[in-house]
Design a binder for this molecule. Structure first.
Ligand SMILES: [Ca+2]
Length: 511
């Protein structure tokens, strides 16, 4: 089939789909977590983590629709990624370059366009954009990063205090909204945005002893020595070995000189019953740890186990609560006409390169999970291999709602990817991280295609090139390898073309 006739076929299929959509606009349930690494989602495959800690409910979304195998964020940090999702634009255009910026809520966003299309819109949970949410009929958002226990919510009517566990409360708020709108003629668009599994990984009471009898295999690069790359990786401040706090991150009770104010305040938010459950779970494990007097690699290994287990305990609660939402849709006849999306703001290091946290353009933090179920439009079991990005979510929802995608949106609607024949699609994605200094990560931008990744650490003018096919763990930059000189040249051209396309300012004008 020629490209032209292929295009016509897609347009015809889309025309039918659009006609069907116009008759009844789909509801949208957008479930979004924080820092959830692709590697810990079993829909992406069984590995050393998911075989011990599967995510059956996220998998339900993927199996009932599409799993995006190559989905990426545009800027791997919380607030910027959220702004990319809302606007469909890169950080330098939407203005949210780092976590310290305040989101300009007067700009165009997909929730505003959906409201104009007749949707009832709401957001519950983590917002993290400082300004009040705009474009929502209801918003109950966590104050700043929010807390795992007894989180305070900001609303249009002031602060709402709660007791209980964040993931469960956010789910309850979303379900209350769905129940309240049950008899409404309007389609809904609900954003259910969990704090979990963000640092400092505090599990819910029922999950405190989950994985106690399990030892998770360590990633191959837990003891990375950072040779093979530019100086920047070695200048990190996100090591499990040195940069995790014993009390705040690892829940070993406070010791003299190890006081952590934030963790103490988090603990004070627990009810007496929650605190009792917490101490009953951690005290015996901590006692055993202190008595073992570990040091060196053995200590790093212990920290890794404590970290990965707490992270996965938080993920397990997210997955269970997604199950509650999916069951509600099914029970109330909403399954057929609701688009359900699961995603997270970026990926995360689960011990790879010895790290926790995100920010880098390396795979673990660049990859962003994305699964989308839409019965009748997306065939169950669909696998999308094209390079997609968080800026594609807004135009997808706008098109699904039967609206015209504004010209200035930089992402692409994902809808053409659901057709059987391959549509024309981007062959590379652009990335830029502006929030220099946090966790020792230097500012950088880069380009990734289906095999290579070129990174420019522009403050020191260091370049890295990775061949993801031969070096999936990104341990050796090939930038100075003469065998890759043609590839470097080609990727630099691609980078320049994307910077022109996305109107990126010269780096010195960035923040
Ligand atoms: Ca995040």
């Amino acid at each position: 089939m020629s490209k032209k006739s292929n295009g016509i076929a897609i347009i015809l299929v889309m025309a039918f789909a659009t006609a069907a959509m116009a008759a009844e606009k789909p509801n949208i349930l957008f479930i979004f977590s924080d820092d959830h690494a692709v590697k810990s989602i079993s829909a992406y495959g069984l590995n050393e983590i998911t075989q011990l800690a599967p995510t059956p409910n996220i998998d339900r979304i993927a199996e009932g629709g599409a799993l995006f195998e190559n989905n990426f964020c545009a800027n791997s940090i919380c607030a910027p990624s959220r702004a990319c999702v809302l606007t469909g634009k890169h950080s330098h255009i939407n203005g949210q370059r780092g976590n310290r910026d305040t989101f300009d809520g007067t700009q165009q966003t997909f929730p505003k366009l959906l409201q104009q299309a007749g949707y009832s819109t709401a957001i519950f949970g983590k917002w993290h954009l400082k300004s009040d949410p705009t474009g929502f009929n209801q918003w109950n958002v966590l104050e700043g990063q929010g807390t795992y226990y007894a989180p305070d919510f900001l609303t249009a009517n002031g602060t709402q205090e709660t007791t209980g566990y964040s993931t469960e409360i956010v789910t309850d708020l979303a379900m209350d909204y769905l129940k309240k709108n049950k008899d409404s003629d309007k389609p809904f668009m609900v954003m259910c945005q969990y704090k979990a599994p963000h640092r400092n990984w505090m599990p819910a009471p029922a999950y405190l002893n989950k994985f106690d009898d399990v030892t998770f295999p360590e990633p191959d690069t837990l003891f990375d020595d950072y040779t093979g790359r530019t100086r920047s990786a070695s200048e990190h401040k996100m090591g499990i070995d040195e940069h995790m706090s014993m009390f705040y991150d690892l829940k070993v009770a406070e010791q003299p000189g190890r006081y952590n104010k934030a963790m103490t305040l988090f603990m004070k938010r627990m009810t007496p019953e929650e605190r009792t459950a917490w101490d009953a779970a951690y005290d015996p494990k901590n006692k055993k740890f202190i008595e073992s007097n570990l040091s060196g690699k053995a200590l790093v290994r212990w920290k890794y186990q404590r970290y990965i287990k707490d992270y996965l305990r938080c993920v397990a609660a997210v997955d269970d609560n997604i199950g509650r939402l999916l069951d509600y849709l099914k029970k109330n006849g909403l399954e057929e006409n609701t688009i359900v999306v699961y995603s997270s703001d970026q990926g995360f290091y689960l011990g790879e390169h010895g790290w926790f946290d995100k920010r880098w353009m390396y795979e673990e933090s660049l990859r962003q999970p994305l699964a989308m179920r839409w019965p009748g439009v997306i065939n169950p079991g669909t696998r999308i291999r094209q390079l997609t990005q968080n800026i594609d979510i807004a135009p997808t929802f706008i098109e699904a709602a039967g609206q015209k995608i504004p010209e200035e949106i930089q992402g692409e609607s994902l809808l053409p990817l659901f057709q059987e024949s391959s549509p024309q699609w981007r062959d590379a994605i652009y990335y830029q991280y502006y929030d220099g200094g946090g966790h020792g990560v230097a500012r950088h931008y880069g380009v990734r295609d289906d095999r290579y990744k070129l990174i420019h650490l522009y403050d020191t003018d260091d370049w890295e090139l990775f061949d993801l096919q031969n070096d999936p763990n990104e341990m050796n930059s090939e930038y100075n390898n003469p065998e890759y000189s043609m590839t470097v040249e080609r990727m630099k051209k691609k980078l320049a073309a994307l910077q022109t396309q996305y109107k990126t300012p010269p780096p010195e004008e960035g923040k």
